[in-house]
Design a protein around this ligand. Structure first.
Ligand SMILES: [Zn+2]
Length: 411
């Protein structure tokens, strides 16, 4: 009897310890180098309802939804420094550096100090870096992975910084910001790129023919077209740009690996405009690019794929009949979805992440170190009820266990 009581005590103590351990942060301080490559896909402005709109659009066109085939699903808080509703600059900085900053700032902390980012850490370790977006490639989300600047509006400086950082692959819109102008004394980024040995392409056919890095592809003067307006003969799809990026980065980076950021940038624009006609196709096109990335990663088994958003835009609600109803024309603090697949995916399998966690987990997966900021920022929290509702939206009951149709190469 004594022994049995003792056994029960020991067992309950063990259970308590395991429970406590699982409350600790999901990531350790030290990098573990689980993955050779990391691909981060960002749906700008893609909250849970935008996701549902894209899911319905994909279903309507008889296509499986890539995000629903990923085995790990979670949610993520996005507030910027000071507990403010974030813009894309502060959120990209958090995703790239692991540190909160003020809105409009890129790659610097609230006091102006330089924040090391994941792209620099990968380059320092001998790897390669690619950025792909349907927006101007100088816009806040891609820029946050490269530059250190106090105002996201300095597009021409950002263009130069992208080249100065020797970003190996740059594909998107924003050609106008790389071109010479009459009133600027600084050298245009296009000239710098050519001098630095970049292949520069501006046509879809030239992209197809491109065979080496570094590569700069600019397919529109500012942002690329919305998916529903896109002329397939003129502008490559996000999926095609992502495929090309993967082909070139995989061929050139070899053992050292690469970090690739792919942005579905105009989801945010459709939501600011409360444009229910353009939004679903925009999310579905982003999801189509995710299929290309998953095809690549599933063939290899050495690549961690993460899909998330920088913030929600438009306070969108999808009514039962599928009608899209916007409650705002601006960003909100609604937590956004996170999906993960590949080596290290289990670190994302927690109830709620913060955008700063993504940088830390990517660094851990790649075995590179990001320096910590001296600025301590309290983690934002959301109420239990909203967390529950969010989980229902992200993990709808009608979707079968995704693990049942996805084979993950484990290592
Ligand atoms: Zn926005």
């Amino acid at each position: 009897m004594q022994t049995r009581l003792w056994a029960v005590l020991v067992l309950s103590l063990a259970v308590a310890l395991i429970a406590l351990a699982s409350l600790a942060p999901a990531y350790a301080e030290q990098p573990v180098a689980a993955a050779r490559n990391v691909i981060l896909l960002i749906g700008d402005g893609m909250g849970p309802a935008q996701l549902e709109a894209g899911r319905r659009e994909a279903a309507a066109t008889g296509r499986q939804f890539a995000m629903d085939s990923m085995p790990v699903r979670s949610a993520m808080t996005t507030l910027s420094y000071g507990g403010n509703i974030t813009d894309s600059a502060a959120s990209a900085t958090a995703l790239a550096t692991g540190c909160k900053t003020v809105n409009r700032a890129l790659g610097i902390d609230p006091h102006g100090a330089h924040l090391p980012n994941i792209a620099e850490a990968v380059k320092a370790a001998g790897g390669m870096v690619g950025l792909v977006s349907t927006c101007s490639i100088t816009s806040a989300t891609p820029a946050g992975f490269v530059v250190h600047i106090d105002d996201r509006g300095s597009g021409r400086d950002i263009a130069r910084a992208l080249i100065e950082a020797r970003t190996d692959l740059v594909l998107g819109g924003g050609a106008a910001l790389f071109m010479p102008t009459l009133f600027e004394r600084a050298r245009p980024a296009l000239e710098m790129a050519k001098e630095a040995g970049y292949t520069v392409v501006m046509e879809k056919d030239e992209l197809e023919a491109a065979s080496g890095l570094p590569l700069l592809g600019l397919f529109a003067p500012t942002d690329m077209a919305y998916e529903v307006d896109r002329d397939p003969a003129e502008e490559p799809s996000l999926r095609r740009m992502a495929q090309k990026a993967l082909d070139l980065l995989a061929a050139s980076s070899g053992e050292a690996g690469f970090f690739l950021m792919v942005e579905g940038g105009r989801i945010d624009h459709a939501c600011h405009a409360n444009d229910a006609a353009r939004l679903p196709a925009e999310v579905a096109a982003f999801d189509d690019a995710i299929w290309a990335v998953l095809d690549f990663a599933r063939r290899r088994g050495d690549t961690l794929v993460i899909v998330t958003a920088d913030h929600e835009t438009g306070q969108l609600e999808v009514r039962r009949d599928g009608q899209l109803v916007f409650g705002s024309d601006d960003h909100t603090d609604t937590p956004v979805p996170v999906f993960a697949e590949g080596p290290g995916q289990e670190w994302f399998d927690v109830d709620m992440l913060d955008n700063t966690d993504i940088a830390k987990l990517m660094a851990r997966a790649l075995g590179v170190l990001l320096e910590r900021s001296a600025v301590e920022v309290r983690r934002p929290e959301i109420g239990w009820a909203s967390a529950q509702r969010l989980q229902q939206i992200i993990r709808p009951a009608h979707i079968a266990d995704p693990a049942s149709y996805v084979g993950i190469a484990s290592r």
